[in-house]
Design a protein around this ligand. Structure first.
Ligand code: MG
Length: 376
């Protein structure tokens, strides 16, 4: 099988309620700049990354795929995906300008498309190609009811709705600011107590600051979280602050989760070996695809740390990865891109259904490009 064509797209889909806010940003759409990789076997692989639907940077990702990566792919066998990973990642002029950031997100899209092709060529869903049995019961936790811009009443109503749908794990955002723009952990702690009060015994509650707190706030508010039995505190401080996270991991009773903003296996190695993380939130579309995600999951597993993927791809690929990797028992749920896919990730009674179609779960619905592609 040979690669005969590389075609890009940029999907923008609206988020729940038209806008959402967390401790670091407010967005109205989720972006999925991506690639269709065509072959002489008649198969097409689909891959994409996840962004804040900022058209200028989405175009840079698409341009990187078209102009920098496509020439390295044309004529190659897509099933040689691990060797192609090295070919793209170690290409000297590209390595010089970016071992993270735009080139890495572009590489993620390509690598996912190649794994999609490899699984399609094998006639199997990706989780099976990666050695999963399909018997693993994968619990879902919901993130889409706990945004920072929702009122207390909305937050409680959303949580109640999730409980009725069968979820037994939810995550809410912290990192609130008052009207003068100062951090307001008092509001955060009040909302944590409200949601905890609604959850039945045994249900898990996680909180996510999206890097908004400084170290002093994280230490103080983090200590107060312990009395609400919070399962993890996610990205309490700036994403790259390894010593700060190591200190929080050592001093707080609440475990630390992070990884959605880490681009490389090297970054995860440093955080893991420093004892700066308890829940490893590797994201295959910020890391350079399935290939690098799997390496991070194995690294975490060797340190006996659970992997709870961040879902920059809105679940599709990560569902396959989590079903295949023994470090995963829990996966995030955000439904924004459901209308884009032939086989959207689906939760029933708090558990993910096992996808059956061959591929990585990325095949777009026939009308997806027409409805959501802003590049055409
Ligand atoms: Mg997060």
């Amino acid at each position: 099988m040979r690669i005969t064509g590389v075609e890009t797209f940029i999907l923008h889909v609206e988020v729940s309620g038209g806008a959402i806010a967390d401790g670091s940003h407010r967005v109205g759409h989720w972006g999925a700049p991506g690639v269709l990789i065509h072959t002489d076997a008649g198969l097409t692989g689909t891959g994409y990354t996840g962004t804040h639907a900022h058209l200028a940077s989405d175009r840079m990702i698409a341009l990187c795929i078209e102009e920098a990566y496509a020439p390295l792919l044309l004529g190659r066998d897509p099933r040689e995906v691990r060797s192609l990973w090295t070919r793209l990642q170690r290409h000297p002029p590209l390595q010089w300008v970016g071992r993270s950031g735009i080139t890495h997100l572009a590489h993620a899209a390509v690598d996912v498309a190649l794994w999609d092709l490899k699984a399609q060529a094998a006639g199997e869903p990706l989780w099976r190609l990666l050695g999963g049995s399909g018997e693993q019961r994968l619990e879902a936790y919901d993130t889409d009811g706990g945004w920072l811009d929702r009122s207390d009443e909305q937050l409680l109503a959303e949580t109640e709705a999730r409980l009725e749908q069968g979820y037994r794990a939810v995550k809410i955002k912290v990192g609130s600011r008052d009207e003068r723009g100062r951090l307001d952990p008092g509001r955060d702690l009040r909302r944590v107590a409200l949601v905890r009060g609604l959850l039945p015994t045994g249900a898990r509650l996680m909180v996510d600051a999206n890097g908004a707190w400084d170290l002093a706030t994280a230490l103080e508010a983090g200590r107060a979280l312990a009395e609400h039995a919070v399962a993890w505190l996610e990205e309490p401080i700036w994403y790259d602050d390894l010593p700060g996270h190591a200190r929080l991991s050592a001093e707080l009773a609440t475990p630390i989760a992070l990884g959605e903003q880490l681009y490389t296996l090297d970054a995860f190695r440093d955080f893991i070996t420093a004892g700066a993380v308890h829940y490893v939130q590797a994201d295959a579309v910020r890391l350079a695809g399935v290939t690098e995600w799997w390496r991070v999951a194995e690294l975490a597993h060797a340190h006996h740390l659970p992997v709870v993927p961040h879902i920059g791809d809105m679940m599709q690929v990560h569902l396959h990865l989590a079903l295949a990797h023994p470090a995963c028992t829990l996966l995030e749920h955000i439904p924004w891109m459901r209308d884009c896919f032939e086989e959207p990730a689906t939760v029933v009674d708090g558990r993910f259904e096992v996808p059956e179609r061959p591929g990585a779960g990325t095949t777009l619905r026939e009308d997806a490009l027409e409805r959501f592609d802003v590049a055409r």
